[in-house]
Ligand binder design. Structure first.
Ligand code: HEC
Ligand code: HEC
Length: 198
């Protein structure tokens, strides 16, 4: 079990490094070309990066590297869901960087109100479980790590449960470890807290 985990971690890091090196040599991301390519995404993720349904993530203000990395994972079918595997097949790495430049530059989703007790509980868990040390002090995301602030709570809960069960594999195992000890109630509170942040 431990060995499998370690192998996964090494593969993940190697993959990520290769991607970063390749990225450094590519043309700079072009948000205008990205917007043109992203037309086929708007029906679900919105032209403003705010999604059309609760099970679809908002992409506005997501860190560009996080968007690009998730698209690569869908194209390689390491991550599956929402038909995203099929949608990404025809996209090149450059298309993905361009699309990421477009969505990441959009204004963040508005904060949503929720149950005050759950929000307070979620804030506390986010501190004790170090969610902010990776996802940022306001869960705004950074580098390859997703923005959680203002995200749909339903989407966050589904993803946390999928990462906890291992049905969604994460790149280097760090997020899997972070999710493993969470109860369903913790997940509900964390989602309420993240959603309440601007
Ligand atoms: C038919 C609706 C639909 C279309 C069209 C669509 N998506 Fe998605 N997308 C989804 C759903 C649903 C998910 C969540 C998948 C899951 O449950 O894991 C998702 C997930 C994502 C994620 C992961 C976000 C995260 O926070 O991890 C990214 C990035 C993404 N889509 C980008 C795109 C881009 C770029 C396009 C256009 C090229 C696109 N999507 C087109 C429905 C769609
Ligand atoms: C050691 C760094 C680290 C810690 C600590 C961490 N995360 Fe993550 N998280 C990540 C990374 C990296 C990803 C992207 C995983 C992937 O798809 O490869 C991620 C992804 C996620 C996602 C999926 C987001 C999306 O848009 O699909 C959620 C939700 C999430 N984390 C919530 C949390 C919560 C809640 C905590 C605290 C209990 C936490 N994370 C702690 C690094 C971390």
């Amino acid at each position: 079990m431990r060995l499998i985990h370690k192998t996964k971690a090494i593969l993940g890091v190697a993959f990520f490094n290769t991607f970063l090196v390749a990225g450094a040599m590519a043309a700079p991301p072009d948000a205008i070309a990205g917007k043109a390519k992203a037309q086929m995404c708007f029906a679900c993720h919105g032209e403003n990066g705010l999604s059309a349904a609760k099970d679809i993530p908002n992409l506005a203000a997501q860190p560009p590297l996080s968007i690009t990395y998730q698209l690569i994972q869908f194209r390689g079918e390491q991550r599956k869901g929402g038909g995203m595997e099929a949608i990404t097949q025809a996209l090149s790495d450059q298309d993905m960087r361009n699309i990421a430049a477009y969505f990441s530059a959009l204004p963040p989703p508005p904060a949503q109100s929720g149950n005050a007790d759950k929000i307070a509980n979620g804030q506390q868990i986010a501190g004790t479980q170090y969610c902010n040390s990776c996802h940022g002090s306001q869960l705004q995301g950074q580098k390859h790590i997703a923005r959680l602030a203002g995200q749909s709570p339903e989407y966050l809960m589904t993803q946390l449960k999928a990462i906890r069960s291992g049905s969604r594999i994460d790149m280097d195992g760090t997020m899997g470890s972070a999710a493993r000890g969470l109860s369903d109630e913790d997940i509900e509170s964390l989602a309420a807290y993240a959603t309440s942040l601007p």
